[in-house]
Write a protein that binds this ligand. Structure first.
Ligand code: DAH
Length: 352
């Protein structure tokens, strides 16, 4: 084959590439389309590949003159195909991650939703039960007088139980304390109302405690009080039985243990059979089979008297429980501080 013939064939291939081949590559939408265009020039039967194979037959001088021109054309096609291939591959990677268009039938992103704090949930649950049993919601101040926090409750000055509840005294306000329990609401409500009365009072209480996994200087209690004619220990037992079964489940078994509180006589601590091991003993109940739930008792006549209620006619029962304690048992929380740190990763697990 003559060199001029070879040269005009190269010119025709280059012209075709410039006029159509390059544009076809730029419009290719799949890797297969890119490969088809490249193959038509450089594949085993590609136009340029065939021509290059025939280059060897030309005289040396012609080879030197025409060879580089053919190589330039080859490189240009190679390069354009490579670029298109790369950009298609990048695009397909992205496309695999993201839909190409908005699909309005896909579920949307839900906005983050708030929820009730676990302690609020316990208070709400307890409130619902006690309201159904005819108890009224009552509230008392967090900064309390020593009279309501102690004296009215039959805890005179120098009584050892004042030391048991390490009290925060308000500096510069004589006789004022941060209430150490919700029991002062008992006295306030007995003075405010006339019996018969049934109240409960949830709220914050304060004690000088060193904070650790099970102690906090600020925590929450719920107080209950019932005063009526002929109220006795049996009424306390029956009410707490109904109440704790409603709160913890109908299988709940109660145990009343003799105890001491200055404002009740007799006094009892109420345990429930461990809901984890059902009484056989486990880590949750510290091998005792029972879990302490609340303090309770028949209201001491001194408390009734101090609040202007005639103990000759009226009697009552009272109970008090820790909200954190119930929440920890309910959800298996092992560190009380989780309730106060406002970590949404923790609190989010309680939202409904
Ligand atoms: N006030 C007690 C405390 O903080 C709890 C308590 C015990 C409340 C017996 C009561 C009761 O009403 O009757 O430990």
């Amino acid at each position: 084959m003559a060199a001029t013939d070879w040269e005009s064939r190269l010119a025709a291939i280059v012209a075709e590439w410039e006029e159509g081949g390059r544009a076809a590559l730029e419009k290719a939408l799949t890797l297969e389309e890119v490969e088809a265009v490249r193959g038509s020039y450089l594949g085993r039967k590609g136009k340029l590949a065939l021509l290059l194979r025939e280059l060897g037959a030309l005289p040396l001088e012609e080879k030197r003159r025409l060879g580089p021109r053919a190589q330039d054309a080859k490189r240009a096609i190679e390069e354009a195909a490579g670029l298109r291939e790369k950009s298609l591959a990048d695009f397909l990677d992205r496309a695999a991650l993201k839909p190409l268009f908005n699909d309005p039938t896909l579920p949307g992103f839900l906005p983050p939703r708030g929820g009730l704090h676990p302690l609020t949930r316990i208070v709400d649950e307890v409130a619902e039960i006690l309201l159904r049993l005819g108890f009224d919601w009552a509230e008392g101040p967090l900064i309390e007088t020593e009279r309501y926090n102690f004296e009215v409750l039959n805890i005179p000055e120098h009584h050892p139980s004042r030391d048991l509840m390490d009290t925060f005294y308000v500096s510069g306000a004589k006789g004022m304390v941060l209430r150490t329990h919700t029991s002062p609401v008992q006295g306030r409500e007995m003075e405010k109302r006339t019996p018969p009365l049934r109240i409960f009072s949830p709220g914050r209480v304060f004690r000088r405690e060193n904070v650790d996994a099970t102690h906090s200087a600020v925590f929450h209690q719920i107080e209950g009080l019932c005063v009526d004619e002929g109220i006795g220990f049996a009424d306390l037992k029956g009410t707490l039985e109904v109440f704790l079964k409603a709160l913890l489940g109908p299988e709940t078994k109660l145990r009343f243990r003799p105890s001491y509180f200055p404002f009740t006589e007799p006094s009892a601590e109420v345990d429930v059979q461990c809901f984890s091991c059902h009484g056989s003993g486990c880590g949750l109940c510290k091998r005792t089979g029972y879990i302490e739930m609340l303090g309770s008792g028949v209201v001491h006549s001194n408390v009734l008297k101090a609040c202007g209620v005639d103990p000759g006619r009226w009697s009552g029962f009272a109970f008090g429980m820790g909200v954190e304690r119930i929440a920890m048992l309910r959800w298996g929380v092992t560190d009380i501080r989780a309730f106060y740190e406002s970590d949404v990763r923790v609190l989010g697990q309680f939202s409904r």
